[in-house]
Design a protein around this ligand. Sequence first.
Ligand code: NAP
Length: 316
Amino acid sequence: MSTPSILLIGAGGYLGGPVTQELFANRSRFNRIAILTEESKKQKFAEHEAEGFELVLGAFDSPDSFKGFDIVICMLGNHAMKCQPAIIDAAMAAGVTEFYPSEFGSDIGRGDYLTNRYFRDKHITRQHLRNVAKKNPGFNYTFLITGGFIEFALLPLFGMDVDKHTFTFYGPPEKQEALTAVHDVAKYLVESVFLPKSPSQERIFRIPGGNYAWKDVVATLEKVQGVKYTCTYHPRQDAIDAQKACAEKGDVDGELAFALKSLMGDINAVSVPKPWDNDKFSFKPATLEEAVRKFFEDLKRGEDKLARDFPMPSQS
Ligand SMILES: NC(=O)c1ccc[n+]([C@@H]2O[C@H](COP(=O)([O-])OP(=O)(O)OC[C@H]3O[C@@H](n4cnc5c(N)ncnc54)[C@H](OP(=O)(O)O)[C@@H]3O)[C@@H](O)[C@H]2O)c1
């Protein structure tokens, strides 16, 4: 598979932007680069098509959509993540040999991450991949464990307001979070395609840009923006209570958001445990300050609007 053919799902989302850019920059290394979508969404990918991306118009659960591709990269958001088991079955039936599920976040295989409501569909997908791989020795999959995206840590949905210069958190200021700039997530993804396979069929790369305390994220914003932030640190239990209240009234998005906040505020929860695999890659990830500066430059050019307007945290 020296020049593999790669198929993207969810390419028009937040992560899809940097990933399609990075693939485009590396297009000579691929035989085909294609986006799977349906007829009704064709217009959404007109620019991609003009750039030379192939569009496959088909259903997620039909093997026909996957024929001729070696690798599938799935970048579906929260509400579509439950489709992944059917996608995996269709990809497998069509002869795909490498599958990247929509992970791109914390290491959910341990501790409270195993049971937190927020990651339910990611766990179902992991289990499905393991079952499929057991029955199909030629089928491999890769988890890209990046920690949170730095750009997402700057959003109101994580308690940060970069306009009002406030931060609200359900835990102590010293709590650390593994964070990576989204453009580096895309670089890790594309480079990982060309790294050796794992003999066990399951390949995991733990590749955060760094571990940062929330008080350091605030301090970096203060430095870059030249302003002082007002911070409110609630007891973590408040997020746990809010999660329960949302669940009781059927507010799924609220339930998910507070489930995530309560985990992020837990001083004992390590989102990406070491050892990390960054040394297997050819580049150094951006530091928190570099990524924050880029975030504001992109904002000025209107390029990170999508992240700021995001209604709901993805399963990070
Ligand atoms: N660690 C972090 O901080 C962090 C932050 C953000 C995202 N992530 C992870 O990155 C991955 C992608 O997230 P994202 O934020 O890029 O996702 P997103 O923008 O919410 O959605 C990605 C794509 O999913 C498809 N999609 C969404 N809802 C759908 C539905 N109801 N039916 C069919 N398709 C639907 C759309 O595909 P089309 O483009 O084809 O229309 C959409 O563009 C997820 O695994 C997420 O957890 C992690």
